[in-house]
Ligand binder design. Structure first.
Ligand SMILES: Nc1ncnc2c1ncn2[C@@H]1O[C@H](COP(=O)(O)OP(=O)(O)OP(=O)(O)O)[C@@H](O)[C@H]1O
Ligand SMILES: [Mg+2]
Length: 238
């Protein structure tokens, strides 16, 4: 078990965004995290990555209690995430954006030259090889999403949280993105993937977890979960 979330609770005023959530993720798994809009998926990522502090509950990574650690400390333990609303350093090149990840992650390199070489390789892998010297601000949505993943990978995560990196893609772009996520999984990184496009999530995930109103309502093999009555109701009830 690489990640263990126990009785996690997060409220915003009167709203319960994540309610007494228990979940575990095993090393090497790709877990699909689904649920209707507002069901708490991004909040869970914010809690795991240290962007938000839970009101209650515990998050253990790799056997260590990481609850309440600051985002940079969480990242150093080996967890990286992407943001649903992409957040590159706009006035820096793609390469510089990735280099920052490479120099401040879980296995940071201190040499600028080495960071540059490794970051070029990551950009190549992610499909941005030809654009490493372009300013992030000039990137369209597809490239911004790719850059977001590249930057996260550069921190050398053991666990990567992907938040809707495929929304808004054309079917062909989607196929590329699915292959990319599979390749990341094959490289040994454990993944939790939030995605609304059902075809993509079924293709990628070895297991699905479904949230509704901040609670886990189903989990298991993808095909079984999507046919679950509670899950269908949660989606149709929107
Ligand atoms: N910072 C915040 N302040 C107040 N309410 C918030 C905040 N962040 C999230 N919420 C609320 O918490 C609930 C869960 O939101 P969250 O963004 O986690 O959902 P989600 O599953 O990621 O949805 P989507 O699929 O639309 O991205 C929603 O009702 C949302 O409005
Ligand atoms: Mg979200």
């Amino acid at each position: 078990m690489i990640l263990e979330v126990k009785k996690l609770l997060k409220t915003f005023g009167g709203l319960v965004a994540v309610r007494d959530l228990d979940l575990t993720v095993n090393e090497g798994e790709t877990v699909g995290l689904i649920g209707p809009n507002g069901s708490g998926k991004t909040t869970l990522f914010n809690l795991i990555s240290g962007v938000l502090r839970p009101d209650r509950g515990e998050i253990r990574f790799n056997g260590r209690d990481i609850t309440g650690l600051k985002p940079n400390r969480v990242c150093q333990t080996g967890i990286a995430r992407t943001f649903q609303l992409t957040k590159p350093f706009e006035q820096m090149t793609a390469l510089q954006n990735v280099m920052i990840g490479r120099m401040y992650g879980s296995e940071p390199v201190l040499s600028i030259k080495k960071a540059e070489e490794e970051s070029e390789k990551i950009l190549e892998f992610i499909g941005l090889g030809g654009k490493s010297l372009s300013m992030a601000a000039t990137f369209g949505m597809v490239d911004r999403k790719r850059l977001e993943i590249a930057r996260a990978l550069a921190t050398r995560p053991r666990l990567l949280l992907l938040d809707e990196t495929m929304s808004g893609l054309t079917p062909a772009e989607m196929e590329d993105a699915v292959e990319l996520v599979k390749a990341i999984g094959d490289s040994g990184v454990t993944l939790i993937v939030v995605e609304h496009v059902m075809k993509a999530i079924l293709d990628i995930s070895s297991r699905l977890i479904v949230l509704n109103y901040g609670q886990k309502i189903a989990e298991g093999l993808p095909q079984e979960v999507v046919n679950d009555k509670k899950v269908i109701e949660a989606y149709l009830g929107e």
